[in-house]
Write a protein that binds this ligand. Structure first.
Ligand code: NAI
Length: 244
């Protein structure tokens, strides 16, 4: 299979989009480290993947110390990370004037600094091996902005800047870096939408439905593999045509 021999680390991999990504990479032949906030849930997710030999670890991606320690544990148990998927993300939505400092800081720390922490931690090994793929799960709101999500949209726009900078800086070392920008995907994150809101959303989506975690996982598996070997610094929207 196309990902045989690859070692993938997926943050926020115990549920939602991250779990679907972990499954797709395992189905492609990779050994996967599922990283989440809760050790038991991460271990259960790792045990559910095809192929065996995967690991689950607890780590808060916002903490550089925890990230460095987690990457060293993954490298000891599975080997050097060749595919990093920065998927962990949170929302703390509110209109601008009601956003608290901690709502801003927490979202930037997890969504943007978390991806920086992880990328920095795996980059040295990837540079040495002259091989690696970094994939950042951003959002279409990082491209378009969104009322009531200025903290989240800023974190996701920042992730696009990080993606392009890493792609430019590390291309000569054989490392590719791309972003995937999902539209509305049915997960715990969007479970709060009521039926009327969902219907309204569907009207804005040319393909006429919300996405599934598997829709994102398919794009990740493609960008992680050899079929995407000439693609770097790209932002791939996977949104049913919502933002063109
Ligand atoms: P989710 O809420 O179901 O899953 C998020 C995962 O991230 C959870 O496993 C959670 O434990 C983990 N996580 C949160 N904070 C963490 C931290 N500090 N350290 C480690 N792990 C942490 O959300 P979903 O929908 O699966 O989202 C995954 C990614 O996709 C996020 O980055 C989100 O912003 C992005 N996204 C989701 C969309 C959607 O419609 N569901 C749309 C666009 C982007």
């Amino acid at each position: 299979m196309e990902l045989d021999g690859q070692i993938a680390l997926v943050t926020g991999g115990s549920r939602g989009i991250g779990l679907a990504v972990a499954r797709a990479l395992a189905d492609g032949g990779a050994k996967v480290a599922v990283v989440g906030r809760d050790a038991e849930r991460a271990a259960a997710a790792a045990a559910s993947l095809s192929g065996g030999g995967h690991v689950g670890l607890a780590c808060n991606v916002a903490s550089p110390e925890e990230v460095n320690y987690t990457v060293s544990r993954v490298e000891e148990s599975l080997g050097g990370v060749t595919i990093l998927v920065n998927n962990a993300g949170i929302t703390r939505d509110n209109v601008l004037v009601r956003l608290k400092d901690e709502d801003w800081d927490e979202v930037i720390d997890v969504n943007l600094k978390g991806a920086f922490n992880m990328t920095r931690a795996v980059a040295r090994g990837m540079m040495k091996r002259r091989d690696g793929v970094v994939l950042n799960i951003t959002s279409v709101v990082g491209l378009s902005g969104n009322a009531g999500q200025s903290n989240y949209a800023a974190s996701k726009a920042g992730l696009i800047g990080l993606t392009k900078s890493v792609a430019s800086e590390l291309a000569s070392r054989g490392i590719r870096c791309n972003a995937i920008a999902p539209g509305y995907i049915e997960t715990d994150m969007t479970a709060a939408l009521n039926e009327a809101q969902t219907e309204l959303l569907k009207e804005r989506i040319p393909l006429g439905r919300l996405g599934s975690p598997e829709d994102i996982a398919g794009a990740v598996r493609f960008l992680a593999g050899p079929a995407a070997r000439y693609i770097t610094g790209h932002v791939l929207t996977v949104d049913g045509g919502m933002v063109m």
